[in-house]
Design a protein around this ligand. Sequence first.
Ligand code: C2E
Ligand code: MG
Ligand code: MG
Ligand code: MG
Length: 285
Amino acid sequence: QAKALGRNTLCYFAPDMLATVTANAAVGIALREGLREKQFVVHYQPQVNLQGLVTGVEALVRWNHPEKGLVMPAAFIPVAEDTGLILPLGMWVLETACEQLVAWADSAETANLSIAVNVSAYQFRHPNFVDMVMSAIKRTGIRPQGLKLELTESLLADRMEITIQKMGMLKDLGVTLALDDFGVGYSSLSCLKRLPLDQLKIDKDFVADVLTDPNDAAISRAIIALAQSLNLQVVAEGVETQEQRDFLANQGCDQFQGYLFAPALPLEALELLLRKPLADTTVTG
Ligand code: C2E
Ligand code: MG
Ligand code: MG
Ligand code: MG
């Protein structure tokens, strides 16, 4: 904060900053306990193709807090990142996803589903990250193609050589790589084309106003065109209406994720939904 005010500005430690620091410290302590007590759960949100078929799911972590109930990631992922607890939490989500892929491998309806796992920059930067992914794959015996890692644009601010090398090692393991929340960061065209990516995900902020804000429409169109020219799949997140879905489909978007189809669901609810096709509203364009 002081930095944002400029070099020669003194910044006093305001009481509300102290309150935030104290609250975050409390969350950190509770997180550690939550991990020990296995209070975390993974919900799964379907991703559908142009035909409206579910091709995979995104794993989204929730904290089943004994007093607060189900806590959403925005309330604890930033603290987990600041405290380093994102490492054990992230590994737990990854292992859970791998175990789910194994459980799904037995049945024809689910054997080809992919699971996307969010990876924080903090996790990706860890020197053992590739090894940890490799041992999760080996230990569970999944087909690596089923595992999709969602990386964030902030990695592109790091040393490119290292990022590209690590991504290459992950690709060598056979996993799929997606760039999440694309468009909100600052990736340049030139660095994007050097990355061994499979997918771009259009951030839901652009999707939200794609029909009403000409800027967001232009951005979505540009992202899709960019992805196509780099031979990447495009997934739109936060698709809430049929009109948004149709607009994006007409621009060339391949896959969709959002409340129009389903929110992130507990495993049992997701498996019920997989047994019947998603709303026929999805089959147009
Ligand atoms: P994300 O990876 O961009 O995930 C998409 C978020 O959009 C999810 O929020 C999802 O529930 C929400 N969403 C999906 N469809 C719609 C829609 O139609 N409308 C709206 N308004 N929202 C929609 P969620 O589950 O609260 O997760 C928020 C963020 O927390 C994720 O954003 C991701 O960055 C992070 N996160 C979640 N799970 C993990 C995890 O296991 N590890 C890490 N490192 N980060 C995670
Ligand atoms: Mg994601
Ligand atoms: Mg996203
Ligand atoms: Mg997002």
